[in-house]
Design a protein around this ligand. Structure first.
Ligand SMILES: [Zn+2]
Length: 103
Protein backbone atom coordinates (compact mmCIF):
# COMPACT_ATOMS: atom_id res chain seq x y z
CA UNK A 1 0.00 0.00 0.00
CA UNK A 2 1.25 3.51 -0.81
CA UNK A 3 1.74 6.20 1.81
CA UNK A 4 -1.34 8.17 0.74
CA UNK A 5 -3.51 5.03 0.78
CA UNK A 6 -2.31 4.24 4.29
CA UNK A 7 -3.21 7.75 5.45
CA UNK A 8 -6.70 7.49 3.89
CA UNK A 9 -7.21 4.04 5.41
CA UNK A 10 -6.22 5.42 8.79
CA UNK A 11 -8.57 8.42 8.42
CA UNK A 12 -11.43 6.08 7.48
CA UNK A 13 -10.70 3.92 10.53
CA UNK A 14 -10.78 7.01 12.75
CA UNK A 15 -14.09 8.14 11.23
CA UNK A 16 -15.62 4.70 11.76
CA UNK A 17 -14.30 4.63 15.33
CA UNK A 18 -15.83 8.04 16.06
CA UNK A 19 -19.19 6.94 14.60
CA UNK A 20 -19.07 3.76 16.68
CA UNK A 21 -18.24 5.67 19.86
CA UNK A 22 -21.07 8.13 19.13
CA UNK A 23 -23.53 5.23 18.76
CA UNK A 24 -22.24 3.14 21.66
CA UNK A 25 -21.61 5.82 24.24
CA UNK A 26 -23.52 8.97 23.63
CA UNK A 27 -25.13 10.70 20.65
CA UNK A 28 -24.54 14.46 20.27
CA UNK A 29 -28.16 15.25 21.16
CA UNK A 30 -27.75 13.54 24.55
CA UNK A 31 -24.31 15.10 25.09
CA UNK A 32 -25.64 18.64 24.61
CA UNK A 33 -28.55 17.85 26.90
CA UNK A 34 -26.13 16.64 29.59
CA UNK A 35 -24.04 19.80 29.22
CA UNK A 36 -27.07 21.99 29.81
CA UNK A 37 -28.21 19.77 32.68
CA UNK A 38 -24.75 19.98 34.29
CA UNK A 39 -24.96 23.78 34.30
CA UNK A 40 -28.46 23.84 35.82
CA UNK A 41 -27.75 21.07 38.35
CA UNK A 42 -25.22 18.33 38.97
CA UNK A 43 -25.15 15.25 36.78
CA UNK A 44 -24.27 11.75 37.95
CA UNK A 45 -20.67 10.56 37.81
CA UNK A 46 -21.67 8.03 35.14
CA UNK A 47 -23.19 10.79 33.00
CA UNK A 48 -20.08 12.94 33.54
CA UNK A 49 -17.81 10.09 32.40
CA UNK A 50 -19.93 9.48 29.29
CA UNK A 51 -19.88 13.20 28.53
CA UNK A 52 -16.10 13.40 28.99
CA UNK A 53 -15.54 10.51 26.56
CA UNK A 54 -17.88 12.14 24.06
CA UNK A 55 -16.14 15.52 24.38
CA UNK A 56 -12.76 13.91 23.69
CA UNK A 57 -13.91 12.67 20.28
CA UNK A 58 -16.47 15.29 19.22
CA UNK A 59 -15.19 18.74 18.25
CA UNK A 60 -18.74 20.05 17.65
CA UNK A 61 -19.82 19.33 21.20
CA UNK A 62 -16.57 20.77 22.59
CA UNK A 63 -17.31 23.97 20.68
CA UNK A 64 -20.91 23.93 21.97
CA UNK A 65 -19.68 23.45 25.53
CA UNK A 66 -17.32 26.46 25.26
CA UNK A 67 -20.15 28.67 23.98
CA UNK A 68 -22.45 27.38 26.70
CA UNK A 69 -19.89 28.28 29.40
CA UNK A 70 -19.43 31.78 27.96
CA UNK A 71 -23.20 32.33 27.90
CA UNK A 72 -23.55 31.00 31.43
CA UNK A 73 -20.78 33.34 32.70
CA UNK A 74 -22.43 36.34 31.02
CA UNK A 75 -25.81 35.47 32.54
CA UNK A 76 -24.33 34.93 36.02
CA UNK A 77 -22.51 38.29 35.89
CA UNK A 78 -25.68 40.03 34.68
CA UNK A 79 -27.75 38.50 37.48
CA UNK A 80 -25.10 39.42 40.08
CA UNK A 81 -24.93 43.04 38.90
CA UNK A 82 -28.74 43.31 38.96
CA UNK A 83 -28.85 41.86 42.47
CA UNK A 84 -26.25 44.39 43.65
CA UNK A 85 -28.30 47.23 42.20
CA UNK A 86 -31.42 45.90 43.86
CA UNK A 87 -29.78 45.62 47.27
CA UNK A 88 -28.39 49.17 46.99
CA UNK A 89 -31.83 50.48 45.99
CA UNK A 90 -33.48 48.63 48.88
CA UNK A 91 -30.90 50.04 51.33
CA UNK A 92 -31.49 53.59 50.07
CA UNK A 93 -35.25 53.09 50.33
CA UNK A 94 -34.89 51.84 53.92
CA UNK A 95 -32.72 54.81 54.93
CA UNK A 96 -35.10 57.27 53.29
CA UNK A 97 -38.12 55.67 54.97
CA UNK A 98 -36.44 55.73 58.42
CA UNK A 99 -35.46 59.37 57.89
CA UNK A 100 -39.02 60.27 56.93
CA UNK A 101 -40.44 58.43 59.93
CA UNK A 102 -38.21 60.39 62.34
CA UNK A 103 -39.48 63.75 61.13
ZN1 LIG B 1 -21.06 15.47 19.84
Amino acid sequence: MFGAQLVFAHINELRMLKKLIHKLFLPCSTATLLMEKSIAKTISSREQKQLNIHLKICKWCRSYQEKLKILDDILKRKIQSENKTDSIDIQKFKEKTIKNLKI
